[in-house]
Design a protein around this ligand. Structure first.
Ligand code: ADP
Ligand code: MG
Length: 290
């Protein structure tokens, strides 16, 4: 017997390094006419590095990094991994932490040496208090600024930077051609870092500072406008948007388990070019089916 076109397409997608979870998913991928892309880990390599340490009064740079790394120890977020790697790279002993919790799109919190240590998005500390100046300086430079709080008081700010994937600009162009409109960028990162990355990969519709439910709302808005949305993401914060999209695709290498489980397809080989490739494969298969 000859293989049905959609099953052939799934096999071909596998050759491109994409795990498509069903024939229905394979068919839907070709129907999309709008694309929403996450930033960190999707358009960027997802291996950010700590580039600046800005300790505040009474804290040394090494204490700041050790404190942040202790709190991030259980984190599966690229930023958390970067903080832990930076501390390890300097050979810093990490104080033990307990009671780790992560809030998608916001940050993490844990009990370190009897203090509650929180590491995450600046929030209200962007506009007031001792962290405001270093946050402004780092964000102006296009960094992701992360504030470290000890018992609610700012202990310092970390700057992090991630590189766009080599294939990001080409994949953005290919998706724009396939769907007839430029993709939109949805990110929890600050608008300045988002704008800088957007310029580098050729995107103009950029929404920064989004929480997971804001990403979901953006996908729903596109759908309400009559679009069939392809969402591409990698984080726990992307899961609601991945679930709501017509097709949800997760980046697999550094992707959070929840994102991989929620998505309809997973890019197993770490190449963004595979995303437009599977949309094109689906279209070709659909022409054979009908
Ligand atoms: P993106 O949408 O670009 O993938 P996220 O929504 O995952 O980004 O994160 C948004 C922001 O929340 C980050 O820029 C950071 O400020 C903060 N954040 C989230 N998780 C962490 C973490 N584990 N450590 C520090 N900051 C975090
Ligand atoms: Mg992400």
């Amino acid at each position: 017997a000859t293989m049905p076109p959609l099953l052939c397409a799934i096999a071909n997608a596998g050759r491109h390094g994409v795990l498509v979870k069903s024939a229905v998913v394979m068919e839907r991928l070709g129907q999309v006419d709008a694309v929403a892309l996450d930033k960190t880990g999707t358009l960027t390599e997802g291996t950010p590095r700590v580039t600046e340490l800005r300790p505040l009064d009474g804290v040394t740079a090494e204490q700041l990094l050790a404190l942040a790394a202790a709190a991030e120890h259980g984190s599966e977020h690229p930023l958390g991994r970067a903080v832990v790697a930076a501390a390890r790279g300097r050979g810093l002993p990490l104080p033990p932490a307990e009671g780790f919790t992560a809030t998608p799109g916001v940050g993490v919190r844990a009990l370190v040496d009897g203090s509650v240590v929180a590491v995450g998005a600046p929030g209200p500390h962007r506009s007031r208090g001792p962290a405001a100046a270093p946050v402004a300086e780092l964000e102006q430079a296009g960094r992701t600024a992360v504030v470290v709080l000890r018992d609610g008081e700012p202990a310092g700010v970390l700057g992090l930077a991630d590189r766009p994937r080599g294939q990001a600009a080409a994949a953005v162009r290919a998706l724009a051609v396939l769907t007839g409109r430029p993709p939109v960028l949805l990110t929890g990162d600050n608008p300045r870092a988002a704008d800088r990355l957007a310029r580098e990969v050729g995107l103009t519709d950029v929404r920064g500072g989004l929480l997971p439910h804001d990403k979901l709302a953006a996908v729903r808005d596109l759908a309400a406008g009559g679009h069939r949305v392809l969402m591409v993401g990698d984080g726990v914060n992307d899961a609601p948007a991945l679930a709501a999209a017509h097709s949800g695709v997760a980046m697999g290498r550094a992707g959070a388990d929840l994102a991989l489980e929620t998505a309809d397809a997973v890019v197993v080989r770490d190449e963004l070019a595979a995303v437009p490739a599977v949309v094109a494969l689906s279209r070709r298969a659909r022409r054979l089916v009908v």
